[in-house]
Design a protein around this ligand. Structure first.
Ligand SMILES: Nc1ncnc2c1ncn2[C@@H]1O[C@H](COP(=O)(O)OP(=O)(O)OP(=O)(O)O)[C@@H](O)[C@H]1O
Ligand SMILES: [Mg+2]
Length: 471
């Protein structure tokens, strides 16, 4: 395969001709006769070139051009123009179209433009996006985090909502339950709530309930008096006391043993407790933030988590989105971490190639931001230049790279989209052949059976290389 080309024109015979010319030259084509469908496909499919008519019902060619420029600035757009609309084509060029082709099409001219456009795209994908341009005489230093202001990066609407909630609830003493998959930034958010609260000048104390043996959680939380147990040679305050007037962050709260849950509930209700082995009651003013990556409601249902404690903790629930659900933030995070690692590793990384960014954007990030951070650190350590490129991608991600032309045609091709497409075609072929058999090769009746127009079926047959035996 030479490349994937998306073609949109409301006239079927135009798209048909272009498709035929391109496929003969081993370009893969995605053909649309409705521009709105083409726009959806541009957003979801990976193509190397868009060929569009200028005048169509619904969004026209200029709108398609504009959409591509905003969302896929490297993607070339070629406009189709008829004799008499050359002026419009010229104005499209001024707006950034790659080139135009004129009707009626000339195979050589069309292929020339398409090959050049596809090559340009593949080249553009390798040209770096520079986040941190090097200035003469200045030591390269990245860094976009504004000191003192939140270091939580996120421009997506999901993160904007999170920022709003943080600002709204920071001042209240209510308990907050932060839910989210591992690595989504739960601890960062908990700290940010503390930082924006009027407790900011007091301590932010954290305890990870999963990391401390069940038998020690109680003395960790509440402290102990001298002689309370073997080894208690001196009294020690617990985290609740240390967090007095500040914030206590209980991480992985779902892991807390049931017995401790009862004790925690009491402190939450009465804001008082005793140290282990102690008799005097200690009063504290502590704001509690908890976090979990488990579905606490399910834990309640299965009896592993106390229902009353759940309601007590879940006064303000906050759900952090998975990274794969806010892919728009990936560019920003890459830039942010590049800057951070420049400082931490004393490097002068300047940017990344669009091709590489594209792979990062399309990966599903089971370990979320923590994983992105680790992957970038590793890539920066491996990178020999100042721009991250596809070669620096770790194996688990480089599977997402578009295949090289030589590999693409082989049977072992693992590109999921290609496999799906091939399977769909095989299925369509089966169904059409069966319908033709049942109607003794009568295309009109077979089309009826399949819910297609006669013309539609003929096109499909041609596309799939099906010959009818009799008509
Ligand atoms: N929005 C963000 N902007 C910048 N850095 C982030 C963001 N979210 C998370 N991080 C970084 O990602 C890493 C993981 O974040 P954090 O520890 O808060 O996640 P977590 O949800 O508590 O993870 P876990 O479930 O593994 O404990 C940290 O290094 C953190 O600084
Ligand atoms: Mg955490």
């Amino acid at each position: 395969m030479q490349g994937r080309v998306l073609v949109v024109d409301d006239e079927k015979n135009i798209t048909f001709v272009i498709q035929a010319m391109l496929e003969r030259e081993r370009f893969e084509t995605l053909v649309f006769n409705r521009s709105s469908e083409a726009l959806d496909a541009i957003a979801s499919e990976e193509v190397d070139l868009v060929i569009t008519d200028l005048y169509m019902p619904g969004p026209g060619g200029l709108e398609i051009l504009e959409y591509c420029q905003q969302n896929f600035p490297q993607l070339p757009v070629v406009v189709i123009t008829a004799f008499g609309t050359v002026e419009a084509a010229v104005s499209a060029l001024k707006k950034g179209a790659f080139d135009f082709i004129t009707k009626p099409f000339d195979q050589v001219e069309l292929l020339g433009v398409v090959k050049k456009a596809v090559a340009t795209y593949q080249q553009r994908m390798k040209e770096p996006i520079i986040f941190f341009p090097r200035q003469p005489g200045v030591t390269p230093q990245g860094g976009t985090a504004v000191q003192g202001i939140s270091s939580i990066v996120g421009a997506s609407s999901q993160m904007q909502d999170i920022f709003k909630i943080i600002a709204k609830i920071a001042q209240s003493p209510s308990t907050v339950l932060v839910w989210g998959e591992s690595g989504t930034g739960k601890e960062l958010v908990a700290y940010e709530i503390h930082r924006q609260s009027d407790r900011a000048s007091k301590s932010f104390v954290k305890i990870n309930c999963a990391a401390i043996p069940a038998t020690l959680i109680e003395s960790e939380l509440f402290g102990y008096e001298k002689g309370a147990f073997t080894g208690a040679v001196a009294s020690k305050p617990g985290r609740f006391e240390l967090a007095n007037e500040g914030t206590l962050f209980l991480d992985e709260v779902a892991e807390m043993p049931l017995e401790m849950q009862a004790k925690l509930l009491r402190v939450l209700q009465e804001q008082e407790f005793e140290r282990v082995g102690g008799i005097s009651t200690i009063q504290v003013d502590v704001r509690i933030i908890t976090a979990t990556n488990k579905d606490l409601e399910a834990e309640v249902k299965s009896g592993r988590f106390r229902e009353d404690l759940f309601y007590r903790l879940n006064v303000v629930p906050m759900r952090l989105p998975a990274l794969r659900d806010r892919k728009d933030d990936i560019d920003l995070l890459v830039k942010y971490f590049l800057g951070e690692f420049n400082k931490k590793l004393n490097r002068g990384m300047q940017g990344i190639t669009p091709e590489t960014l594209h792979v990062l954007r399309n990966y599903n990030w089971p370990g979320n931001i923590r994983q992105l951070e680790n992957v970038l650190e590793r890539m920066i350590l491996m990178c020999e230049g100042s721009v991250l490129s596809a070669e620096d991608l770790p194996d688990e991600l480089s599977a997402g790279l578009p295949q090289k032309a030589e590999e693409a045609g082989t049977e072992e091709s693992t590109n999921l989209k290609q496999i799906v497409r091939r399977q769909t075609q095989a299925l369509e072929k089966d169904l059409i052949e069966k319908a033709l058999e049942e109607t003794s090769g009568n295309v009109t009746r077979a089309a009826e059976k399949l819910g297609l127009s006669r013309k539609g079926l003929q096109l499909k047959m041609k596309e799939l290389g099906i010959r009818r035996e009799v008509d």
